[in-house]
Design a protein around this ligand. Sequence first.
Ligand SMILES: Nc1ncnc2c1ncn2[C@@H]1O[C@H](COP(=O)(O)OP(=O)(O)OP(=O)(O)O)[C@@H](O)[C@H]1O
Ligand SMILES: [Mg+2]
Length: 259
Amino acid sequence: MIPTVAVTRYVTPLREGGSLPGIVEGDDLGTYVCKFRGAGQGVRVLVAEVVVGELARRIGLRTPTLVALDLDPEIARYEADEEVQDLLNASPGLNLGVDFLPGAFGFDGELPTGEGVASKVLWLDAFTANVDRSWRNPNLLFWHGDLWVIDHGAALYFHHAWPGGITDPARFANQPWSPDDHVLLSYAHDLPKADGEIRGLLDEHAFTEILALVPDSWLEPVPGAETPEALRAAYVRFLTARLGTSQWLPQDPAEAAAR
Ligand SMILES: Nc1ncnc2c1ncn2[C@@H]1O[C@H](COP(=O)(O)OP(=O)(O)OP(=O)(O)O)[C@@H](O)[C@H]1O
Ligand SMILES: [Mg+2]
């Protein structure tokens, strides 16, 4: 599992985030962006954050270290803001911690050159059906001269249908993905090369290792997968099925952007 860190202090809300993430301090003296399990979207978005974040890391992208933040609702007693108090009270146990990158700034249209980074990001978003990397909401940070990917809670949305019973992996495998709104569309010149490289790094075994990083308490039982292990296996089946197809990968995205 990702490492567990206890929250020692709630510092401030991160007002930009739609889900009211907050900055917290941990007992390892680290500073984290905390995504709360009690926020409206529920624990599945935290699963997506870990799975897609760790996929990003595996394929050579930079993304902040992820931890499980153990929150004692006692912390809420020191919080004046009622909305924040409610969120803390609704989030006892493990929440997602994203290592805070101090002084990072948002993507402004300039990319560091010559690394194929844009193609890798586009590949990741196509593979995981992530719709949250648009100009309006790039979810890319610049930090120490490098591009970092963040905020993957909107990916893997097939799992939001699971409360009605585990769905068919073949549907996700065959689901197209539109690159039209993607912020890096016109920079992704090496997609076939990225595709070849990345496919050499991922397989069922890699997916199994990634799912092992997800805390049990975020893997809520659904019909057809009643235990955390069964949930993990379902995610692995879905990812493996999608890796077995390639129609989700845009053809000539840079050309499409120029049109
Ligand atoms: N690890 C980090 N280090 C520094 N800044 C961060 C980090 N994570 C997030 N931020 C900042 O906070 C903003 C909101 O974070 P994030 O996008 O992860 O939250 P969200 O609630 O999913 O937001 P939204 O739904 O609005 O995209 C980011 O756009 C970025 O400016
Ligand atoms: Mg965001």
